[in-house]
Write a protein that binds this ligand. Structure first.
Ligand code: TXA
Ligand code: MG
Length: 353
C-alpha cells in the first residue's frame, strides 16, 4: 500500500483546517488508518465505531487483540456518546487536564467497536492537546481510536520519521507535525470507582497533580504492573520499548557506570551509554547519547524514545543507562526505562535496596 505523507506546520492557529488535514480526515471516514501527532507521541488513528477500521490498526502494529485502544476526542460532548456513569472525579479530571496527556477509563457505552475495548466493559478516553490532532478529529467528526503509531514492542514514535520507520507501506497516511512534546504516553487512570483514582500507567500528568485537583486518594502501585499480577491496563504486561541490545539501569556514581563500560570494552564489546547533558563529559564509550537534562526530567522524557531508537542504529552490543529519581514525571520516565531494560538493574551499593 502507498502511504500518503503530509507535512503540516503545527505552529498554526488552533484547529485551523488545512487541505492536508481534510485529506487525512477523508481517509479516516473511509475506515482507513492514518498516523497523526499528539502532544505525547504519534497515534495511529481509526474510526472508533468501525470494526473494520480498528482491525486494520491491530494488524498494522502487530498488536495483541486483548490490548484495548484509547479513544481520542476533540470536544467534551463526545464523552456522553462513549461512556456512561461518569463519576464526579472523572469530570474534575476532564475539567483540569483536558486537552492534555490524561486518559480516563470509564464505563463504556454500546456502539463502539468491540475491538477498541478488547471486550472490556470500560473505555479509555482522552482529548489530546495538539492543534493537528484536534483539527483532524473535528474534521472527521468521529471518535478516533489510536494507539501509539509504532510496531508493537518498539519505542513509541515521537517524530513522523519514527512512524515511517515502522509503518511505511502498511497504513494509508502519515500527518507529519514535527516532534511531539511530552515524549512519553499519557497517564492512564481508572475512574470507575467513586472517590478514588488508580493510575494504570504513569505519564505526563503526575500523581501529585491528580491529588491536588480532585482531593481523592490516588493509588499507584508498581506491583500492579508485574507479570505475576493481572495488570489492570492490559498493555502494561507486554514487553515494550526494548532496544535490540540488552539495556542495564545503573544506580550509582558516574565512575561506577564507567567501570562497567570499561570492563565490557576490554572484552571487545561495543558499549553504549545513555546519559544526560550534565554528565556527558564523564564517560568514554563507543556510543554515547545525551537524553535531556537530569535537572529537568521532562526533558529526559521528551528525548527518551528517540535515543532508544538511535541505539539500534548504532549497533551496540550492550547499553548502560543512568537512572533517575522516581518523583513527579520521573515516575513515568523510570517506568518506561524499566520496561525497556526488562528491570535489569546494576547497583553500586546493593545494601540500599
Ligand atoms: O499518549 C497516549 O496515550 C498515546 C497517544 C497516541 O494518545 N496513546 C497510547 O496508546 O499510548 P497505546 O495503545 O499505546 O496505550 C494504551 C494503554 C495500554 O496500556 C492499554 O492497555 C491501556 O492504555 N488501556 C486502554 N483502554 C483501557 C481500558 N479500557 N482499561 C484499562 N486500560 C486501558
Ligand atoms: Mg503503545
Amino acid at each position: 500500500m502507498e502511504t500518503k505523507y503530509w507535512i503540516v506546520d503545527s505552529h498554526v492557529e488552533k484547529e485551523q483546517v488545512y487541505p492536508q488535514i481534510k485529506e487525512a480526515s477523508d481517509l479516516l471516514k473511509q475506515n482507513k488508518v492514518v498516523a497523526f501527532p499528539t502532544e505525547t507521541v504519534y497515534g495511529l488513528g481509526a474510526n472508533a465505531w468501525s470494526d473494520e477500521a480498528v482491525q486494520k490498526v491491530f494488524q498494522a502494529k502487530g498488536r495483541p487483540s486483548d490490548n484495548p485502544l484509547i479513544v481520542h476526542i476533540a470536544s467534551r460532548n463526545q464523552v456522553e456518546s462513549l461512556a456512561v456513569d461518569i463519576s464526579e472525579v472523572a469530570k474534575k479530571c476532564m475539567d483540569a487536564f483536558w486537552p492534555g496527556p490524561l486518559t480516563i477509563v470509564m464505563k463504556r457505552k454500546e456502539g463502539l467497536s468491540n475491538a477498541v475495548t478488547a471486550g472490556l466493559s470500560t473505555v479509555g478516553i482522552r482529548m489530546p492537546d495538539h492543534p493537528i490532532a484536534l483539527a483532524l478529529i473535528k474534521e472527521a467528526n468521529l471518535p478516533i481510536a489510536a494507539p501509539s503509531a509504532n510496531i508493537s514492542g518498539k519505542p513509541s514514535p515521537t517524530s513522523a520519521a519514527h512512524v515511517k520507520e515502522d509503518l511505511d507501506g502498511k497504513i494509508a497516511g502519515i500527518v507529519d507535525g514535527g516532534a511531539t512534546g511530552v515524549g512519553v504516553e499519557s497517564t492512564v487512570i481508572d475512574c470507575t470507582t467513586e472517590g478514588q483514582i488508580v493510575i494504570l500507567r504513569p505519564g505526563g500528568i503526575t500523581k501529585e497533580q491528580l491529588e491536588n485537583v480532585t482531593g481523592v486518594d490516588v493509588l499507584f502501585d508498581d506491583a500492579l504492573f508485574t507479570e505475576k499480577k493481572q495488570p489492570k491496563a492490559p498493555g502494561m504486561k507486554y514487553t515494550h520499548y526494548a532496544p535490540n541490545a540488552p539495556l542495564y539501569l545503573v544506580e550509582g556514581s558516574p565512575a561506577f557506570l564507567q567501570s562497567l563500560v570499561d570492563e565490557k570494552r576490554k572484552k571487545g564489546l561495543k558499549v553504549g551509554v545513555l546519559t544526560t547533558a550534565e554528565r556527558k563529559e564523564m564517560y568514554q564509550a563507543d556510543t554515547l547519547f545525551t537524553c535531556g537534562y537530569r535537572n529537568d526530567l521532562a526533558s529526559v522524557n521528551h528525548h527518551l524514545y528517540d535515543v532508544l531508537r538511535k541505539f539500534n542504529h548504532a549497533h551496540v552490543d550492550i547499553i548502560f543507562s543512568e537512572t533517575f529519581p522516581k518523583q513527579g514525571v520521573g515516575v513515568a520516565l523510570m517506568n518506561r526505562l524499566e520496561k525497556a531494560a526488562g528491570k535489569k538493574y546494576i547497583r553500586e551499593h546493593e545494601e540500599e535496596h
